[in-house]
Design a protein around this ligand. Structure first.
Ligand SMILES: NC(=O)c1ccc[n+]([C@@H]2O[C@H](COP(=O)([O-])OP(=O)(O)OC[C@H]3O[C@@H](n4cnc5c(N)ncnc54)[C@H](OP(=O)(O)O)[C@@H]3O)[C@@H](O)[C@H]2O)c1
Length: 292
């Protein structure tokens, strides 16, 4: 998996297409999608056009998508997977993730709620049931690897223990304000790729992008704060997702280089702790960027 990935959590269809094309042109070869983002069709369209124009083979890119919470019932997994493949216009996936460990009421409503606005959970399926259905997709050659997202170490342990096919990737929020060190150490011991999302704290300010330590390192090394945060993530041996929406940002975010050791250590010593995405608490999307 290329360590630097382009995330497709972009609400606007036209921007999804242009940003995906710009990311491919800037050099990104790893694309992170989800049925929940409701734009797999646009991502697929942009990828096909971009691959053809640049004569890049399908095998030279890495594509992930995710199973949404309302499809956790084992009998819903393969149809959901096939629908994602169809929207993306692909015949296999490099990675399929369970988007969150929360099962919602099964059905086509991605956000099922009762009259009081409370999420309707599905107590009739376990995460292990869903995991077994993902294992079958690998058995049938439909996807090359499977993993989990928005999961704590506490929830990951029993799945890892019982899995016939071990999780290849764990995707969670991580940045200097939420280093997830314990989970990272477990992943490194078990050869699981730790894939960080929101490396720039979702771009929310104040946040890591405006942190004085990050800004002073950026000035010192002649890089932007975003480049420093992405470089830090790679240097601590995680893979990382970022969502540049313009060609200039795609080039900026792809152009990262190793930080001097003292700068790396200084970032590791940041004490601020903040989570920007609350999806881990309920399974309900905690952060949807605003359309532009
Ligand atoms: N598994 C999950 O539950 C989950 C949750 C969230 C995200 N994800 C995945 O992770 C990907 C990355 O997450 P994210 O987009 O929140 O990460 P992020 O990179 O932390 O935040 C993206 C935001 O940062 C801003 N930005 C991007 N490049 C910048 C730069 N060079 N300088 C200054 N600001 C910059 C963008 O601002 P503008 O608004 O100006 O474009 C954008 O709003 C998503 O696309 C998605 O694929 C997964």
């Amino acid at each position: 998996m290329p360590v630097l990935g382009f995330g497709t959590l972009i609400p606007d269809a036209a921007t999804t297409i242009s940003a995906t094309r710009d990311a491919l042109e800037a050099g990104f070869r790893h694309f992170d999608c989800a049925e929940r983002y409701r734009n797999e069709h646009e991502v697929g369209q942009a990828l096909h056009a971009g691959l053809a124009a640049a004569r890049i083979a399908r095998e030279d890119i890495f594509v992930t998508t995710k199973l949404w919470n309302s499809n956790h019932r084992p009998e819903r997994v393969e149809p959901a997977f096939e629908a994602s493949l169809d929207r993306l216009g692909l015949d296999y996936l490099d990675l399929y993730l369970i988007h969150t460990p929360f099962a919602f009421q099964p059905g086509d409503d991605q956000d099922p709620r009762d009259q009081n606005g409370n999420i309707l959970y599905d107590r009739g399926v376990t995460l292990l049931d869903t995991w077994r259905a993902l294992e079958s997709l690998v058995d049938r050659g439909k996807c090359r690897a499977i993993g989990l997202s928005d999961i704590s170490l506490h929830e990951l342990l029993p799945i890892h223990e019982s899995a016939r096919i071990k999780p290849a990737v764990v995707q969670v929020e991580a940045h200097p304000y939420l280093p997830e060190t314990e989970l990272l150490e477990f992943c490194q011991q078990k050869d699981i790729v730790f894939l960080a999302f929101a490396p720039l704290g979702h771009g929310i300010k104040p946040g890591p992008l405006e942190d004085p330590i990050i800004s002073s390192i950026a000035a010192r090394v002649g890089k932007t704060p975003a480049q420093v945060l992405l470089a830090w993530a790679v240097q601590r041996r995680t893979a990382v997702l970022t969502t540049p929406r313009t060609a200039a940002r795609a080039q900026e975010n792809f152009d990262i280089s190793a930080l001097p050791d003292d700068a790396f250590d200084e970032i590791n010593r940041i004490q601020t702790r903040q989570r920007f995405n609350q999806v881990v608490k309920t399974g309900s999307p905690g952060f949807i960027p605003q359309g532009k």
